[in-house]
Write a protein that binds this ligand. Structure first.
Ligand code: GTP
Ligand code: ZN
Length: 292
């Protein structure tokens, strides 16, 4: 049977096989081969007569995140807000860059649209080529559109604390937060103090990760790649990258740089380029052996 690991706890893997949960141990060979099955992994399992199972193989991963440890995310739902707590665009750009490097699509949701309308930033992400939504968990604006975007996908929600992630999940599926709260209470730990990740299936077929690590993404630094790779994490730079005068152009202050020309022409947003420069400088500080 094939399924997805929804939860991993104390050596047990809870595998969702089309709606039925099988509690599994992993085969010893994983330890020998230094493979650690992750939440989100697609696996094949054997079910014994007593209903317990073993994870036999981990199918190839589409992508993999470290903090939190989760695999095969189809869509990163980046929640931002123009109202308190106002989201720093750099945080959006950093987490989106991490997703881009891993082949994971991002959708940007400007929540609390009922309170503040950061129209300029909205247009920045729309123009850069991301699905971008105006959302209010309060009055329901954009919730149906988000529901359609995430249906049948494995999604992770991220955004600074208080931006409204739980509220949006609740608006998507009333009762969701209660469910999450229950689980954390059983563990005796606060929802955001634990590193454990769990997947939940919503009624529209979306599978969402309640990801404490992503919600505190301000702790992280850089995107974990070589400086010259950061440019590829900014999708709207792509048309200009081979038009710079010099090979190996850093697009920071070089003469004849096509990216800087696009910036001056308003084709690339200032805040996006600022984030690029900051991530590029950060990447230079990371020693090669620490890159992922
Ligand atoms: N007016 C308004 N308030 C909102 C909206 N979304 C969330 N809020 C309020 O913002 C506060 C924080 O919302 P949460 O859903 O707890 O935010 P969160 O991102 O899950 O926060 P953490 O759990 O700390 O990561 C709550 O008081 C919500 O009622 C919205 O669209 N409009
Ligand atoms: Zn350049």
């Amino acid at each position: 049977m094939e399924g997805i690991i929804f939860k991993a706890l104390s050596g047990f893997y809870y595998v969702d096989c089309g709606g039925r949960t099988v509690t599994c141990r992993a085969r010893g060979k994983f330890r020998h081969e230094k493979i650690k099955p992750l939440v989100g992994d697609r696996v094949s399992v054997t079910v014994q007569a007593d209903g317990s199972g073993t994870v036999d193989t981990v199918l190839p991963r589409k992508n993999e995140f470290q903090r939190p440890a989760v695999a095969n995310i189809d869509l990163l739902v980046v929640v931002a807000s123009g109202a308190v707590p106002v989201t720093d665009p750099f945080l959006i750009d950093r987490v989106v860059a991490m997703a881009e490097r891993r082949g994971c699509e991002s959708v940007i949701c400007f929540n609390k649209w009922d309170l503040e309308q950061p129209q300029g930033l909205f247009e920045t992400y729309q123009k850069a080529g991301f699905p971008t939504l105006r959302v209010s968990a309060e009055n329901g604006e954009g919730i149906d559109a988000l529901s359609t975007l995430i249906a049948e996908k494995v999604c992770a929600f991220t955004g600074n604390s208080g931006v409204g992630k739980s509220s949006i999940l609740n608006a998507l599926e009333p009762g969701f937060h209660l469910q999450v709260g229950d689980v954390s209470d059983k563990l005796g730990r606060g929802r955001h103090t634990t590193r454990h990740v769990e997947l939940y299936r919503l009624k529209n077929g979306a599978v969402v990760a309640d990801t404490p690590g992503f919600s505190s993404f301000e702790e992280e630094t850089g995107v974990g790649c070589a400086p010259e790779e950061v440019q590829y994490a900014f999708r709207e730079f792509a048309p200009y990258l081979d038009r710079c005068r010099f090979v190996g152009c850093a697009h920071v202050k070089e003469k004849g740089c096509a990216v800087l020309e696009a910036l001056a022409a308003g084709e690339i947003a200032q805040s996006r380029h600022d984030s690029y420069v900051r991530l590029y400088e950060q990447a230079k500080e990371v020693p090669e052996w620490e890159r992922k």
